[in-house]
Design a protein around this ligand. Structure first.
Ligand SMILES: C[S@@+](CC[C@H](N)C(=O)[O-])C[C@H]1O[C@@H](n2cnc3c(N)ncnc32)[C@H](O)[C@@H]1O
Length: 331
């Protein structure tokens, strides 16, 4: 069965969205508004030509060109699995997310994580703004016969799934590129089941200080300063990957910075129980810990100092200042 019919079989979209076949061409119709959405490849285009916010438009165009993270060094599903298992975080997700889980990846880019996790009977949905990235995601899925990953073009602020249906929602490196990261967070939670887990990866206010310095130098003095980040010039990384990294990190039209304390407030305001954070709970001990085991919330002066210290940590500088927060939706 073609992938495009499975959205309906899986009963995942809002009930007013129905598949329509006219003159052998299929589309999705909104029976309330009569608006029609087409497919590209087998991907439903649930954004179409609607006007979005200025920042969303910029991101749409930017990531259409910069397909992040791309499949340049990955030949087939076997090499995607090998690569994903080398990354401690993605390997742990694979080991700790239950069989049969329904997962949503918001801002899946070229869909590497979505395709990787779509094994062990899990059903994984990847949404993104970028048509170019989704085409790569879907091509890889099709060529490798991955039948439990599904790609859809949707905006984080206009998600057209039924509410309360996902066991896990992951959004890695995305919310800080939207017009309002906190609002985007609040919006994705609607689609999470009670007791489901949300995992977000964001740029850290202090962890990203070094990247911000290079951004400044590149903006005012040109690309010659790209040498300050080894990933831009490493000959062991392919040219396409270096291009994607350099643009994503140093030329992005919009990014915001966040702190652990701020995200704890987002969690409190949205009835999300804090579970854990990388690096604030799980760092050296990450291999021995469970991502979904509840850790203590850090408070007061010690966490203030720990956040500041991120500016000087090599691991933060190398990855562009990134932290992960995991929470659980209250029942
Ligand atoms: C840095 S990439 C991250 C891709 C992937 N999550 C990863 O970790 O490699 C950011 C992605 O967010 C997507 N994005 C930005 N704003 C979005 C929005 N409003 N709705 C959906 N996706 C969005 C972009 O198109 C891009 O693919």
């Amino acid at each position: 069965m073609s992938q495009r019919f499975k959205y309906l079989e899986n009963n995942i979209l809002e009930p007013n969205l129905k598949l329509m076949i006219e003159n052998k061409t299929s589309s999705i119709i909104d029976t309330d508004t009569k608006k029609k959405f087409s497919f590209f490849s087998d991907v439903p285009d649930l954004i179409g030509d609607i006007d979005t916010h200025e920042i969303t438009e910029k991101q749409k165009n930017f990531y259409n060109d910069i397909k992040f993270p791309n499949y340049d060094d990955i030949d087939d599903y076997g090499s995607l699995i090998d690569k994903s298992k080398k990354n401690i975080f993605t390997d742990k997700l694979d080991k700790e997310i239950h069989y049969n889980s329904k997962i949503l990846e918001v801002g899946c880019g070229t869909g590497q994580l979505t395709n990787f996790l779509a094994r062990y009977s899990r059903e994984v949905y990847g949404i993104d703004l970028s048509k170019g990235s989704l085409l790569l995601a879907e091509k890889f899925r099709r060529e490798n016969n991955i039948d439990r990953s599904f790609f859809l073009r949707m905006d984080t602020f206009n998600i057209l799934f039924k509410e309360n249906i996902f066991d896990i929602i992951i959004s890695n490196g995305v919310l800080h590129h939207t017009k309002d990261a906190k609002l985007a967070f609040k919006n994705i939670l609607k689609y999470l089941k009670p007791n489901g887990y949300v995992i977000i990866g964001l740029y850290h206010k202090y962890g990203r200080a070094y990247t911000r310095l290079i951004q400044f130098l590149v903006k005012y003095f040109g690309d010659t300063f790209k040498f300050m980040d080894n990933k831009n010039i490493d000959p062991n990384i392919s040219e396409e990957k270096r291009y994607a990294w350099y643009n994503d990190q140093y030329k992005n039209p919009h990014e915001t910075l966040h702190t652990y304390k701020e995200i704890i407030n987002w969690f409190n305001e949205n009835n999300i129980d804090y579970i854990s954070s990388i690096p604030f709970n799980l760092n050296q001990n990450i291999l021995n810990e469970n991502l979904f085991k509840k850790q203590i919330i850090k408070k007061g002066f010690p966490i203030y100092v720990e956040e500041l210290v991120q500016a000087f940590k090599y691991s933060q500088i190398k990855e562009g200042g990134f932290f992960i927060m995991i929470g659980k939706k209250s029942s």
